[in-house]
Design a protein around this ligand. Structure first.
Ligand SMILES: Nc1nc2c(ncn2[C@@H]2O[C@H](COP(=O)(O)OP(=O)(O)OP(=O)(O)O)[C@@H](O)[C@H]2O)c(=O)[nH]1
Ligand SMILES: [Mg+2]
Length: 374
């Protein structure tokens, strides 16, 4: 199967990681219908929670302004809440070792950092210090990666001795990674040529996975952050990474509220226009290299998930395999054209309804109508 085909068996997963007791499960519970247990005891969590999470896309409601519909369907993304790591996890400290395996199964990471004070919740390392925590977690992952790299180096050494030329080339690349990681760096930051990546792809290195950072702050700091957040930003300066600020405990309370009006009012009180976790889910979606296309009609307006670079028949296959098999053509409108012109008819008149064939690469925000025949 080509690697840009998604089916439900191989859904991409984003993992929530971090030190123990930083608020991972609290944040997870804001976005998921699956309830994870939150707890003030270190190492209390003993299993990962998997949630199918709605990707909040305001464009769906904008589309509804031009097309009356019976229902709106959001697309989803899979997010896993993994129990906390601690110093020494790579040696099985805490319950850490097992969870490194859960991290390996993910495709991208949300790294949660504790940026709140709480007298009732002591920090496992004695004080609140998100930069130290970040480095602690990175180090655990690096140690594990180094193990994987060294194992493969041994294997390749044997093959190289037996005269395998490919193994000799592989060794050069792996030695570069070994040196890089030994210098307390994450694998993702090493610049290598595209054709060198294949020598480590099979290792699924933990520090190779793309990452965003979430600073979990107290309610007062929801809109403006605090000095802990500043330290994190300072530390990550120049690194090409996204940093989000979320008031986890407050957002968890807001998420519990029944009425949408109440939720809006409490968000406004906290100085927010939308929940920080909504931004986080969209960021996770992008981090996984996923994009959205829409189908728009009187029965439903719906967002669908596709991998960046999918062709029109592949995207059609996300809706139903028949649509891929019997694909004839796609009628495509751009979201912005549809919003400005206001209807399919108007788009057609303006020459903004494009007829595309099987080689068309679908773009984020495309509104598709698939013509097919089976
Ligand atoms: N004051 C304050 N407490 C928080 C905040 N977020 C989480 N907590 C509390 O911190 C404790 C731990 O939260 P969890 O969400 O269980 O933390 P976790 O990171 O999932 O912990 P492990 O799964 O054990 O690693 C709970 O008692 C939460 O109520 C916050 O923003 N402010
Ligand atoms: Mg937890």
């Amino acid at each position: 199967m080509p690697d840009n085909v998604i089916s439900s068996e191989m859904a991409l997963q984003c993992g929530i990681i971090g030190i123990t007791n930083v608020g991972k499960t609290t944040i997870f519970n804001c976005i998921s219908n699956t309830r994870g247990e939150t707890n003030a005891f270190a190492f209390s969590a003993t299993k990962s929670n998997i949630g199918i999470v709605q990707v909040p896309d305001p464009r769906l409601y904008e589309l509804e302004k031009h097309q009356e519909t019976e229902k709106i369907v959001h697309t989803t993304v899979e997010i896993v809440d993994i129990p906390g790591l601690a110093r020494g996890s790579n040696k099985g400290e805490g319950v850490g070792n097992r969870f490194l395996g859960d991290i390996r199964n993910t495709d991208a990471l949300i790294h949660v950092l504790r940026c709140f004070d709480s007298e009732s919740l002591p920090h496992i390392d004695g004080s609140v210090n998100p930069v130290r925590d970040l480095e602690t977690v990175d180090l655990e992952l690096q140690v594990k990666d180094l193990e994987s790299v060294e194992k493969k180096i041994e294997r390749l050494h044997r093959a190289a001795k037996a005269g395998d030329k490919e193994a000799v080339r592989g060794l050069e690349v792996l030695e570069k990674y070994k040196e890089h990681i030994e210098g307390f760096n994450n694998a993702r930051t090493l610049q290598v040529k595209d054709d060198e990546k294949k020598y480590i792809d099979d290792l699924f290195l933990l520090t190779m996975k793309p990452v965003i950072y979430v600073c979990n702050v107290d309610g007062k700091s929801a809109a403006s952050g605090n000095s802990y957040v500043e330290k994190v930003k300072e530390f990550l300066k120049g690194k090409d990474t996204e940093i989000l600020v979320i008031a986890g405990a407050v957002e968890a309370e807001i998420a519990e509220l029944e009425s949408a009006e109440d939720r809006m009012a409490f968000l406004a009180d906290a100085g927010l226009k939308e929940p920080g976790v909504d931004k986080m889910v969209r960021a996770a979606f992008r981090l996984l290299n996923l994009q959205t296309f829409f189908t728009v009609g009187p029965k439903e307006i719906r967002a669908w998930t596709m991998k960046k670079g999918m062709t029109a028949p592949q995207a059609a296959g996300v809706i139903h395999s028949d649509l891929e098999r019997g694909f004839i053509r796609a009628e495509v409108m751009k979201y912005n054209d549809f919003m400005t012109l206001g209807s399919e008819h108007a788009c057609k008149e303006a020459g903004k309804l494009y007829i595309e064939g099987k080689n068309y690469i679908v773009e984020d925000g495309d509104i598709l109508h698939i013509r097919f025949n089976v």
